[in-house]
Ligand binder design. Structure first.
Ligand SMILES: [Mg+2]
Length: 400
């Protein structure tokens, strides 16, 4: 720490390095030179339906919209981060990021929590959760990527990894739009590829369809392969309890989102009543929302999503709380980011295998013996592909 003191009022009095011109404690004298933001529209090979679509609440999903941030420093380092949206919100995330990202120019890129605060308060009138912070997530993740690269470590290593690989399960093969035979083939293919578990979607308006699909998939993969189901919030409390009791003999790893994401009391009742673990949290859009779930011990397995809760800085706060509460961790989607975060969680976690974003990156994550291997490359270990550039709808560079 420096022995200098500051006098007067305003930012200098609080030690704001932008005002004092001093480097922060974490800095190596480096500064952020530019921020490039891009809005990328990735079409999906098939229109996707889960229980929300069959319940008439959403249209089938045909594309994912991503917000990429590429941050460059004076010393020549680069960090890449991304956030995403499904069905709506992509242009708004991009617009919000564009409005605040210039606050980063000239700043120490390693001072991530301080920079996050600046960005957060700049947009605080539209909220410190949800879309506003999802726009910040891409910037926050890019700063973490750069910090790990500066240390020449994979992000998991920078965070203090507990393991070099994480148990992984496939989701993309088990959606409700896929006929049963296709789901069975997808499951077999995933297991052949070294993915350890299989998750299938349930929550069909006709419960008999769910029962038939769960029975058939369990038969296909055998009794020892980890199996999960995901109702995407579409059961009511009575249906969730009845289905939960029917599912008990299938020895599931978890039942995911049996109820509305905000029904803390309902989830707690299920978690207390059923032997099968209850998992939820992917739809929550801030640490504060997760705290309600954690404080109530309303689930056994928490499923935060770093881009959705505002980035890695926020994810780490809630992961510490979840660990303290004794919860298991299985982050939602975005395996390129969550593999690193799961590797750094003290309790043995799961990471969700989704190959949807593969076309956007030059690298592929390796799966072997049921686990996803943390890449040895520094940072997140991703670079954007030519296809990603070709799918870019809009881009802007702030700084120089
Ligand atoms: Mg889910």
């Amino acid at each position: 720490m420096t022995s200098e003191t500051t006098t007067g009022t305003g930012p200098a009095a609080t030690g704001d390095p932008a005002a004092t011109g001093r480097p922060t404690a974490s800095g190596a004298g480096d500064r952020i030179r530019s921020v490039t933001l891009s809005s990328v529209v990735l079409p999906l090979p098939t229109a996707i339906s889960d229980a929300k679509v069959l319940a008439g609440r959403q249209r089938p999903m045909t594309e994912v919209v991503l917000l990429f941030a590429e941050i460059r420093s004076e010393q020549g380092l680069e960090g890449i981060g991304f956030s995403y949206s499904k069905r709506a919100g992509g242009p708004a995330q991009y617009a919000h990021a564009k409005e605040v990202a210039d606050l980063l120019i000239g700043e120490d890129p390693s001072a991530i929590p301080r920079l996050y605060e600046r960005l957060l308060w700049a947009g605080a009138s539209v909220g410190r959760s949800g879309l506003a912070t999802q726009a910040l997530a891409a910037l926050d993740i890019a700063l973490w990527d750069m910090k790990a690269k500066r240390a020449s470590l994979p992000l998991a290593g920078l965070l203090g990894a507990h393991r070099g690989s994480v148990r992984t399960y496939n989701t993309s093969g088990g959606f409700l739009n896929a006929p049963l035979e296709e789901v069975r083939e997808n499951a077999a293919r995933s297991l052949d590829a070294g993915i350890g578990g299989i998750k299938i979607k349930v929550g069909h308006p006709d419960a008999a369809v769910d029962r038939a699909r769960v029975s058939a998939v369990r038969e296909t993969i055998g009794p020892d392969t980890p199996l999960m189901v995901d109702a995407n919030q579409q059961w009511d409390r009575t249906t969730a309890l009845r289905m939960g009791r029917w599912l008990e003999p299938f020895d599931l790893v978890w039942i995911e989102e049996p109820l509305d994401a905000y029904d803390v009391e309902g989830h707690k009742h299920l978690a207390d009543t059923l032997d099968t673990p209850i998992a939820t949290g992917e739809m929550l859009a801030s640490v504060a929302e997760h705290v309600r779930l954690i404080d109530a011990r309303a689930c056994d397995i928490i499923q935060p999503d770093a881009p959705r809760v505002g980035g890695i800085t926020q994810f780490l706060r809630l992961a510490a709380l979840a660990d303290h509460a004794g919860l298991q961790l299985a982050p939602h989607f975005a395996m390129e980011i969550h593999l690193h975060l799961a590797a750094a969680y003290p309790r043995e976690p799961w990471v969700e295998h989704f190959d949807w974003l593969d076309p956007l990156f030059e690298q592929r994550l390796e799966t072997k013996d049921g686990r996803m291997l943390v890449p040895e490359r520094p940072g997140l270990g991703i670079t954007l592909s030519e296809r990603c550039r070709a799918l870019t709808r809009d881009t802007v560079t702030l700084g120089r």
